[in-house]
Design a protein around this ligand. Structure first.
Ligand code: MN
Length: 427
């Protein structure tokens, strides 16, 4: 069975897929779950069912893939991903085969089916990988332009380097958490007023979200080597939704001259399912024309952007949800292939389980801006919420949820969601 067959819109499963589900048989993402009875283990997902891959391995249904059961009973997917792209691709193909409507081995074995397919509501999803290094790019032109307008001036909004290289910074992996983990409002230094000369210390008054998508890598290049742009995508496992929580006042005071630090590293939230790049093949689209032309190591033929609809909603403490942003992963100026080729062009090594986030994804219309900073234009245009209140930035008890999916020919490949609630600061 090939990737083309697995992605075929006509493929159906014997597992019931609720209408509008993010997880049809064409998706088959990877994640890590646990239950009260079962320790952390590798999983896939179809419809409302989580598939315990280790149960399939024990039953001999993964035979011939050289995936030992111990690789599937770990706290992260790293060991499994170390086995490489070919084997992960074969695993997805096998799952598609076992779940296909005509396939009886799992469907007709009641006890095995009950043990392998669990209700998604009954399991706890965990961080899918032990993140090695985390890099955050800044690859949306509209976002960089908006921030440049707010903090500099519209004529020089983009810095001179921006159209020549995918700007990024090294973030911190220790505070990357899975969806559902609350985020504590950070304390820090900030200027109490724009014209103040000395900072104060206290809870951030400008807590924000950043709507991003991150990719996770297979084992990449050795130190001193580089990944060419042509081979870069072969080293990408797949994608997750990524909320890069940001404290704007702390960030504004600290960022000169070395860039983001404590305004960023108190927490980033990711969705639990890694949607494999193979599943996103049907959703490739061309990127923007890059003018001025980029240097040869960043040039590539073909379509390296992906059409993935993304949205963000703010949920007030009373549970009322207000959609605040609608955007698309295709709005990036720099592709993932360009980001990865640039990241390694100096010989920097990329390892299995590294995470690289896109940067805030903003489109060219105001409702497509991927941060409150832009949506409220630095707090000058507050958002009206369903409960009648207004927001410039996030308040204690607010939750933020990001969702994303690609859709074509009746197939919807979704990410589920990444959600997090703001807890009050500890003064
Ligand atoms: Mn960011």
């Amino acid at each position: 069975m090939s990737c083309t067959i697995v992605n075929d819109p006509r493929r159906t499963s014997w597992v019931e897929i609720p209408p509008g589900s993010d997880f049809p048989i064409q998706n088959l993402p990877l994640g890590i779950f646990s239950t009260e009875e079962r320790g952390p283990r590798a999983a896939s997902r179809i419809g409302d069912r989580v598939i315990d891959l280790s149960v399939l391995a024990e039953a001999g249904l993964l035979e011939g893939l050289s995936i030992d059961v111990h690789l599937l009973r770990q706290e992260s997917l790293n060991a499994l991903l170390m086995s490489g792209r070919t084997r992960i691709r074969a695993l997805r193909e096998r799952l598609s085969e076992l779940l296909g409507v005509e396939e009886a081995r799992l469907r007709d074995d009641g006890p095995l089916r009950e043990s392998a397919l669990l209700e998604a509501d009954h399991v706890t999803m965990r961080l899918p990988v032990r993140v090695g290094d985390y890099t955050d790019f800044y690859s949306s032109r509209q976002h960089a332009y908006n921030v440049g307008c707010m903090f500099r001036d519209p004529k020089n909004a983009l810095m001179p380097n921006w159209l020549h290289l995918p700007v990024g910074y090294h973030g911190r992996c220790s505070s990357i958490v899975v969806s559902g983990t609350p985020i504590r409002r950070p304390m820090g230094q900030y200027k109490p007023a724009p014209d103040a000369t000395a900072p104060v210390f206290g809870p951030t008054r400008q807590l924000d979200m950043e709507l991003e998508v991150a990719f996770i890598t297979f084992e990449g290049n050795r130190l001193g080597d580089r990944l060419s742009i042509a081979e870069a995508e072969e080293h990408i496992v797949g994608l997750v939704l990524f909320n890069d929580w940001s404290a704007r006042d702390i960030q504004a005071w600290e960022y000169v001259p070395l860039g983001p630090f404590l305004g960023k590293n108190f927490g980033s939230s990711v969705s639990p399912w890694i949607v494999l790049l193979d599943a996103l093949e049907p959703f490739r689209v061309p990127g923007p024309v890059q003018d001025p032309p980029v240097l040869p190591y960043l040039q590539c033929k073909g379509d390296h952007h992906f059409d993935i609809a993304l949205d963000a909603s703010l949920i007030t403490p009373d549970g009322l949800e207000t959609p605040i942003c609608r955007t698309n992963f295709r709005h990036l100026y720099w592709s993932m292939a360009q980001q990865l080729a640039h990241h390694t062009v100096n010989g920097c090594n990329v390892r299995c389980g590294d995470m690289m986030a896109s940067g805030t994804i903003s489109g060219d219309s105001p409702e497509s801006y991927g941060s409150l900073l832009e949506l409220t234009w630095k707090g000058s245009r507050p958002l009206k919420l369903s409960d009648g209140t207004e927001r410039r930035f996030l308040e204690d008890g607010d939750s933020l949820v990001l969702r994303g999916h690609a859709q074509r020919n009746g197939v919807r490949i979704g990410f589920g969601e990444v959600r997090g609630q703001v807890l009050p600061a500890i003064p």
